[in-house]
Each structure stands twice: as structure tokens, then as C-alpha cells.
Design a protein around this ligand. Structure first.
Ligand SMILES: Nc1nc2c(ncn2[C@@H]2O[C@H](COP(=O)(O)OP(=O)(O)OP(=O)(O)O)[C@@H](O)[C@H]2O)c(=O)[nH]1
Ligand SMILES: [Mg+2]
Ligand SMILES: [Zn+2]
Length: 245
């Protein structure tokens, strides 16, 4: 709001946030573009499942992108996400091939590019918005991973909405910052939805309980095993945190 004499702007009202993330520190997101690379660094299913679970638990629409398709094939990991209704895009940042769909996804929304260091978040933003000329850098040969080229969250007014480039994180960081209470975790795995309400026990954690329909669905190949494994790992992490707190 601008004051009557048109000088110092003041905050007139603070609206409630519809959602927020602690890492990267962002709020009111409509969508998140989860950027992975086919190689250097290799995709990490557990980290991706965790991030997607956080988006799903907060009602933020996920788009999963695999970059560096010029260097390696994405492989069967893409089928896992497509089979549970998550959109997956393959992008070659060297040519811009495949980037149109990412542009459509972010149009008119508040979105952020999130992923490990070196996967090509800033490169992809440069493909979409060459005028940004964001800094990008080669993977460290010695460390085999990115160098944290982007150092802070930066939000840009673009594509009829807002788009944030964020610094890459390490796997250890997601362990510390991404928490979904264990009692809410099954709701963050969208493909559990049609099965979990039919479990024999209403408070089924889908681990060892008798009459668990989620585990049955994993056995029957109706829930991808890698996703279930991630659920178990997140459940264990959440249990440790709950006990400790
Ligand atoms: N061959 C190939 N290289 C790519 C592609 N996308 C990105 N790169 C390269 O990967 C390296 C890292 O890219 P960045 O865009 O800096 O990665 P980032 O995700 O922004 O990394 P941080 O800012 O550290 O989080 C750079 O050397 C890019 O040129 C791609 O599709 N193909
Ligand atoms: Mg970057
Ligand atoms: Zn169950």
C-alpha cells in the first residue's frame, strides 16, 4: 500500500500463507518443478520421493523433470512417476528440447525450481528465459557433484507469474529439513489413497500390520516398490524424530 502523499510504502495487511516450505524458504507456491539429471548427479529416488511427498502433503502441484537427456537415457524411473499420475518431462538444456512443457506448467503460477546441486535448474531457467543469464557451473570432477553455484533463493516475475531459482541441496539436508509426521505420511503418498482406507486396522501404518491393503498392493505390483521403500524409510526417520523430540 502507498501512503496518501505517495511516499513510504507500508504493509497494510498480511494475508495468511496457503503453504510454505522451510527449505528452500518459500511460501504460497502453486507448483514445484523437481529437477533431476539423468547423470552427474544420478537421480536419487529417495530424495525425489521425499520432495514429491512434501509437495503432495501441502497441495503443491509437482512436475518432475529429467535433464541431460543428451548424455544418458532417463530409464525406467520415469515410468514409476507417470504410473502414479505425476507428470514427467525430459529436457535437454543444450538444445532446449522438451522445455516447452515446463514453460506451460509455470505459466501464470507461483513456482520454484528445486533439486540437487548440478542437476541444471539454472540452466533450464536460462533455456526458458535467456534474458536472465543465470550463473551455471560445471560439475566438480573431484567431488562428482554440483558446486552450489546458485547461493540463494531468487524469485523472478516471469511467464505471467513468479518463478524461483533455488540453491541445490545435499541429501543430508533433506533429512534434516523435510519432515512429515508419521501419522500423516501415508496421505503424502498419493497412490496409497485407494488402498489405505481398506486396511483392516484404521490406524494401520502399512508396515507389519495384518490385513494391510497397501502392502498387498505392493505385492500385486499396483504400488511401485521403490515408492513403498521410500515410505518405509521416511516413516523410520519420522519415528526417530518423534521419539527424540
Ligand atoms: N550435457 C548437458 N549438460 C547440462 C544440462 N543441463 C545442465 N547441464 C550442465 O550441468 C552443470 C550444472 O548446471 P547448473 O544449471 O549450474 O545446475 P544447478 O542445478 O543450477 O546447480 P546449483 O545452482 O549448484 O544448485 C552445468 O555445467 C550445465 O551446463 C543438459 O541438459 N545437458
Ligand atoms: Mg543454479
Ligand atoms: Zn495398511
Amino acid at each position: 500500500m502507498v501512503t496518501e502523499d505517495n511516499t513510504d510504502p507500508v504493509i497494510a495487511e498480511i494475508y495468511e500463507r496457503k503453504n510454505f516450505l522451510i527449505r528452500p524458504p518459500l511460501a504460497n507456491l502453486d507448483g514445484i518443478v523437481f529437477v533431476n539429471s539423468c547423470i552427474e548427479p544420478l537421480p536419487n529416488r529417495f530424495v525425489l520421493d521425499k520432495l514429491v511427498a512434501i509437495a503432495d502433503s501441502k497441495g503443491i502441484e509437482p512436475l518432475v523433470v529429467f535433464t541431460k537427456t543428451d548424455l544418458k537415457d532417463a530409464g525406467d524411473i520415469i515410468d514409476v512417476y507417470r504410473s502414479i499420475g505425476i507428470e514427467v518431462c525430459l529436457v535437454n538444456n543444450m538444445t532446449g528440447e522438451g522445455a516447452e512443457r515446463v514453460m506451460e506448467f509455470i505459466g501464470g503460477k507461483v513456482t520454484a525450481f528445486v533439486g540437487n546441486s548440478g542437476v541444471g535448474k539454472s540452466s533450464l531457467m536460462n533455456v526458458l528465459f535467456p534474458e536472465l543469464s543465470l550463473e551455471t557451473a560445471h560439475i566438480s570432477k573431484k567431488l562428482g557433484r554440483g558446486r552450489h553455484t546458485t547461493r540463494q533463493v531468487e524469485m523472478y516475475k516471469l511467464a505471467g507469474g513468479y518463478v524461483a531459482d533455488t540453491p541445490g541441496f545435499s541429501t543430508v539436508e533433506t533429512e534434516r529439513y523435510c519432515r512429515i509426521p508419521k501419522g500423516e505420511l501415508d496421505h503424502a503418498f498419493r497412490e496409497f489413497g485407494e488402498f489405505m482406507h481398506d486396511c483392516q486396522f484404521a490406524d494401520c501404518a502399512h508396515i507389519k500390520e495384518k490385513g494391510c491393503r497397501v502392502r498387498q498392493a505392493v505385492e500385486d505390483g499396483r504400488i511401485p516398490r521403490s515408492r513403498y521403500d521410500s515410505y518405509i524409510r521416511m516413516y523410520e526417520e519420522a519415528s526417530k524424530i518423534n521419539d527424540w523430540e
